[in-house]
Design a protein around this ligand. Structure first.
Ligand SMILES: *Cc1c(COP(=O)(O)O)cnc(C)c1O
Length: 491
């Protein structure tokens, strides 16, 4: 399968490239990204034949249908990482919370957040492709807490890839910081910044566009790549669990094969939701995809009014920080899929220059045919966490936003909803403790113990052991020193 450019071709780059090329260099002409030229289709026979296959078998057959140019042995190795999830037979448990609401838990991997679903196999694939070409890559990441740990975990001790990860010192939870600063592999560098997440992110953007930095990397024979969800190497792995979760509902007797469902996705950069959209396009019986946001509600506004408006917007810090995003990168792939490259280029360049675009009424009708959206305030989120706990379900603040969309977006109440849970309670324990008791906990460890006790669950080993691990990454510096810090690490 070929990958083509969302904003058309500039006459300098190739007009289409392979999967391996698209994951090494994810940026395309005019600041665009790569999308598949066509999608494979899966009919009900395909679904029927996978009713009893495990996750890995389903994943392999989906990847094969995408005709990726990756050796089979590499794919097998990548998919074997799901064996390290809590239950290798069922890495994505789907849990019934209400009669018509099922939660698909995407957080049972090593860093306890949904980023592992794609980054675990992606790390193997990217490193293998780089090694085969005898090329070296640097992955730069700025994180508010989930992407960083998952990227470090997947690339640690891998060949031909180094990772430098910036985080705001004091701006993550204790658990998230410990997940990063206890990583001690030689190819990983974790750098705390005096400042907030925006400072880390803008420092990263400055580096990515600095010619001096690029020249210094060249001296070391290193190219830059990206591990965020503009990289299609992540999206491809995010189509699979939507199909798997649907089949799980069939297995549980909640639906019959062919019945339509709602997907309900807590969204930031829209990678997870895009995976659901592709699954729908490939044949999954989906009635509609509900996009849940927090107070950073640009997506709600876009999907309900057709206006993508950043003119007055600035990022609001919420209790669901992984969704504190205004420029949602993967909306571009939806525009491209629905309206083509020329229109996508026009809209995206307008967003760059005017911080605003508006699609036409016809275009909006097309968007609304498959998407609906709503946002959940922090206060509402606390209430949903408490309500769910009362029926025996413990969930994180990102997952809570889905419960609002579940309440407000469904038009046909006879249709079952699959909502996605993107982080384990352990990563956001102070917020959950506050929701359950009204008491503020300053340290994660105290909140973790209280919740574990109240809910009669264990703190998983991956989290509990963090508090005793030695700190391997001590660097905390000013923004001005980041470039120097990274270059020292590379040499
Ligand atoms: C990354 C993340 C999200 C948002 O996912 P997108 O694919 O960027 O929309 C939601 N919740 C958690 C916990 C995350 O880590």
């Amino acid at each position: 399968m070929k990958f083509i450019e969302t904003r058309g071709n500039d006459g300098q780059r190739p007009t289409s490239i392979t999967f391996a090329q698209a994951i090494l260099s994810p940026m395309s002409s005019f600041g665009g990204i790569y999308s598949p030229e066509t999608l494979p289709t899966f009919d009900l026979d395909f679904m029927q034949s996978h009713i009893d296959s495990g996750y890995k078998k389903l994943a392999k057959d989906v990847l094969t249908a995408f005709e990726v140019d990756i050796e089979e042995s590499v794919i097998d190795e990548a998919l074997s990482l799901y064996d390290h999830f809590d239950d290798p037979q069922n890495p994505v448990p789907v849990v019934k919370v209400y009669d018509d609401l099922y939660v698909s838990e995407l957080y049972h991997g090593p860093t306890r957040a949904f980023k592992d679903m794609a980054l675990q196999p992606f790390g193997t694939v990217l490193s293998a492709v780089a090694e085969k070409r005898n090329e070296k890559y640097l992955i730069l990441a700025a994180t508010s807490g989930d992407t960083g740990p998952a990227a470090l975990e997947t690339f640690k001790n891998r060949n031909n890839v180094q990772v430098a990860c910036l985080y705001p010192d004091g701006g993550t939870s204790d658990v998230q910081r410990l997940q990063m600063v206890t990583e001690d592999a030689d190819n990983l560098k974790v750098i705390g910044i005096h400042g907030d997440f925006d400072d880390a992110q803008s420092a990263l953007k400055t580096l990515l566009t600095s010619q001096a930095f690029e020249a210094s990397l060249k001296e070391h024979d290193i190219s830059l790549s990206a591990a965020n969800s503009v990289n299609f190497g992540r999206i491809i792995f995010q189509t699979i669990y939507h199909i798997y979760s649907y089949l799980e509902l069939v297995r549980q007797g909640a639906i019959k094969l062919g019945d339509e469902v709602y997907l309900n996705v807590p969204s930031g950069n829209f990678g997870n939701a895009l995976g659901g959209y592709y699954a729908y396009k490939m044949g999954l019986p989906v009635k509609q995809i509900h996009i849940a946001s927090n107070n950073n509600n640009v997506l709600t506004k876009f999907i309900t009014t057709g206006e993508y408006d950043l003119r007055e917007a600035s990022v609001i810090a919420t209790t669901s920080p992984a969704m504190d995003i205004l420029k949602s990168s993967n909306i571009e792939r939806i525009l491209f899929d629905m309206f083509g490259a020329e229109r996508t280029k026009e809209l995206m360049l307008q967003l760059d220059s005017d911080k605003f675009y508006k699609i036409t009424a016809d275009e909006l009708a097309q968007v609304k045919a498959i998407f609906a959206a709503d946002f959940c305030t922090d206060k509402e989120g606390l209430e949903y966490i408490k309500q769910a706990f009362e029926v025996g379900y413990l969930m994180c603040p990102h997952t809570a936003t889905c419960f609002k969309a579940y309440d407000t977006c469904r038009e046909d109440k006879s249709i079952k909803t699959i909502a996605y849970s993107t982080a384990e309670w352990t990563k956001f324990s102070p917020v959950i403790a506050y929701a359950l008791t009204g008491k503020k906990y300053e340290h994660d460890i105290d909140a973790l113990k209280m919740i574990a006790d109240k809910a009669k669950v264990d703190i998983p080993a991956q989290i509990a052991e963090l508090f005793d691990k030695p700190i391997a990454q001590e660097t905390v510096i000013d923004k001005a020193d980041i470039e120097k810090g990274i270059l020292e690490f590379l040499s």
